[in-house]
Ligand binder design. Structure first.
Ligand SMILES: Cc1cc2nc3c(=O)[nH]c(=O)nc-3n(C[C@H](O)[C@H](O)[C@H](O)COP(=O)(O)OP(=O)(O)OC[C@H]3O[C@@H](n4cnc5c(N)ncnc54)[C@H](O)[C@@H]3O)c2cc1C
Ligand code: SF4
Length: 287
């Protein structure tokens, strides 16, 4: 169950060259929202928009393809997308909301739907929740230190960052590539990530990440009935090229290995917390 419940797993990438150009992997998130917006499945999507500082995202309600395109790509720091969930339904008046988020944000979303205290307008208005795989995240200052001090790249010169194959990689506007081993970045991770037991956004309608698929492609889990309906329509509309996940390398074996590794490691941290300190035990969020 480390990969959660899903109806279909596959490898996919957008067929829209504009979307693919600056998206992080196969442009699955941006393509799905763009299609859902065009078809009236959603009226807007909460995404990580560009903020005032480089790679410091600011959640926005995107209501056009242009706004979705401006929010493409991964920012390895916190984008509190859930903070707009009430705004989206009230100030923006959306009846069909799309939202992208990390696994913990998908958990917060489902909790808000199940226990809508102060969120009365939210539960029935979530039309598409897209989760992104997540091993860890960094506070902005930590990310800045990794990029500027370890990778030797000015934040404003960076055009893309990527974590994969044991490396943190920064690409610059002038075509340079700077890479460091992930072991150098661990100390900058948010401590909360060390008790997180979800790698592949089990509670989303559709979740996606790079791991498992070839470069430029995304691994996709279609999880819920709602996700399945939208995914099938998007495929029929020609939004995606797809490959059988069993035919690609490294495939689901690597996703399973990384998900298991994260869960096992973080369960140990939870156990350590339960017996830590004088009064014995920091709060365990799972009990
Ligand atoms: C902190 C973090 C850690 C990740 N770790 C992994 C990993 O270990 N393995 C893996 O396979 N994939 C990981 N991913 C996911 C991966 O980097 C891509 O986001 C995912 O594959 C989607 O790519 P895409 O081309 O479909 O998305 P795009 O079409 O480029 O769109 C990306 C969407 O994600 C939103 N977004 C960007 N940054 C954030 C953020 N910080 N919080 C919330 N939303 C955001 C953007 O606004 C945009 O809507 C991670 C992502 C994040 C944010
Ligand atoms: S590792 Fe878990 S807690 Fe940390 S950002 Fe990712 S999903 Fe959230």
């Amino acid at each position: 169950m480390v990969l959660g419940n899903y109806k279909t797993a596959l490898s996919a990438r957008s067929t829209d060259a504009d979307i693919l150009k600056c998206s992080q992997d196969g442009g699955v998130v941006t393509q799905l929202f763009a299609y859902a917006l065009e078809e009236g499945i959603i009226d807007g999507a909460i995404v990580a928009g560009p903020g005032d500082e480089p790679f410091k995202p600011e959640p926005v309600v995107a209501m056009s393809k242009e706004e979705l395109l401006a929010a493409r790509g991964t920012r390895y720091t916190i984008s509190p997308n859930m903070k707009l969930i009430k705004e989206a339904t009230r100030s923006y008046g959306l009846d069909k909301v799309g939202i992208v988020g990390t696994p913990c944000q998908m958990q917060a979303l489902r909790k808000a739907q199940l226990y809508p205290m102060g969120m009365r307008s939210v539960p029935d208005k979530i039309a598409l929740a897209i989760g992104i795989f997540c091993m860890e995240n960094f506070p902005y200052q930590g990310l800045e230190t990794i990029v500027e001090d370890h990778c030797n790249v000015k934040m404003e010169s960076a055009v893309k960052m990527d974590i994969g194959k044991g490396k943190f990689t920064v690409y610059t506007e002038r075509g340079a590539v700077s890479q460091i081993p992930l072991k150098e970045t661990h100390k900058y991770e948010q401590p909360g990530c060390h008790v997180c037991l979800d790698y592949v956004a089990n509670l989303s309608d559709i979740s996606t990440g790079s791991v498992g698929s070839p470069d430029g492609w995304s691994t996709v889990f279609v999880r819920t009935k709602k996700g399945d309906d939208i995914w099938s329509k998007a495929i029929t509309a020609g939004c995606f090229e797809t490959k059988d996940i069993a035919s690609v390398k490294p495939g689901l074996d690597l996703v399973t290995k990384l998900a298991t590794g994260k869960i096992d490691k973080n369960k140990k941290t939870l156990e350590e917390r339960a017996t830590f300190g004088v009064g014995k035990g920091l709060r365990n969020p799972y009990i």
